[in-house]
Design a protein around this ligand. Structure first.
Ligand code: NDP
Length: 297
């Protein structure tokens, strides 16, 4: 029995951060300033705090300026919108990221809509979503952008391949489908109402699972030789030793017997997300400075 390849997202992300660091040095030499990324964190959710800290460290590690704006969970919507307006005006800042989720009393859509699309490094603004959908230059959501980079690295030209994306969220599933379409794949988007998911997945040369259900996609669903990108991050508790661990949306051990290649969880798509965020910030900095997009990005 042949075993498929495990795609090393950690290594690819490290290479991408190196490319970004070179681009940052060149930008500094050209413009006399470093690109700047502002991260806004509302409240004290431990997972979000860890994530924001890690973003800050990696931003500095590639040579950019990192700005953190922590606000209490009680902040009013108007005050948050005022902060976004200030960051939009601040010339040192090329990228603005508002850590989601926001507290219930704040309307996320209004906050995202307030971000200048040129600084929307998460790619969530409707202007960027519209640009992506219409084939224009856009800031693209980080996770799906990371997935398409891994796929192109693994498969080269994706044109004509049959792709199935499971999940239709605005941050992963939908932009993922748009990116695959832009690469001339034949794209199917599946979701919770899809009938006979197994046979739809079985058609695919490329499967992207972005559902949030532990090991839902079974090995036998996968067409032999398909490439699988597992976006899911699910914490499960082992029944034997009671310890918790992270698994993806795909039953990886089973799938390995069928796939050409698959991303592991952890160590596949996860590390790509922050690396692409840094890449998007550098791209935004170039566009704001009227410079061409740096090579290799
Ligand atoms: P959402 O909950 O927003 O979307 C999940 C999607 O899965 C929905 O479209 C839903 O369908 C669909 N779905 C749910 N149940 C089924 C089912 N039984 N069969 C088929 N489709 C189903 O999640 P996200 O897109 O935000 O995230 C998806 C996963 O990716 C999560 O595990 C998340 O933690 C992970 N993630 C990982 C990132 C990373 O950096 N690696 C970044 C972002 C997310 P419907 O629309 O019909 O409800």
């Amino acid at each position: 029995m042949t075993i498929g390849k495990i795609i090393d997202g950690k290594a690819y992300a490290a290479g991408l951060r190196d490319t970004v660091a070179d681009g940052v040095a060149a930008f500094l030499a050209q413009t006399g300033r470093k690109p700047g990324l502002a991260v806004v964190l509302v409240g004290e959710d431990p997972a979000s705090s860890v994530y924001v800290r890690s973003k800050g460290k990696m931003t500095v590690a590639v040579g950019m300026e990192s700005y953190e704006f922590k606000r209490p969970v009680t902040i009013g919507q108007d005050d948050l919108l005022d902060l976004i307006a200030e960051l939009n005006q601040d010339d040192r800042i090329d990228g603005i990221l508002v850590q989601l989720p926001l507290p219930d009393h704040i309307d996320e859509a209004s906050v995202i809509a307030a971000i200048n699309p040129a600084k929307d490094v998460d790619g969530f603004h409707v202007v960027n979503a519209g640009r992506l959908a219409t084939g224009q230059e856009a800031l693209v959501p980080c996770t799906p952008m990371g997935c398409i980079m891994l796929l192109k690295d693994e498969l080269g030209d994706l044109s004509g391949l049959e792709a199935v994306v499971v999940g239709r969220s605005n941050i992963v599933g939908k932009p993922m489908a748009q990116l695959l379409l832009a690469e001339s794949c034949t794209v199917t988007i599946a979701h919770s109402r899809t009938r006979d998911l197994a046979s739809i997945v079985h058609r695919a040369d490329i499967v992207v699972a972005a559902v949030g259900r532990a090991e839902m996609v079974k090995g036998e669903w996968i067409k032999p030789g398909a490439t699988v990108i597992d976006v899911g991050i699910n914490r499960v508790t082992d029944t034997e030793d009671g310890k918790s661990r992270i698994v993806g949306d795909v039953a990886t051990a089973e799938a390995l017997a069928h796939v050409r290649a698959i991303t592991p969880v952890p160590g596949g798509v996860g590390p790509m997300t922050i690396a692409v965020l840094l890449r998007n910030t550098l791209v935004a900095a170039h566009a704001r400075a009227g410079l061409a997009k740096p090579e290799g990005l």
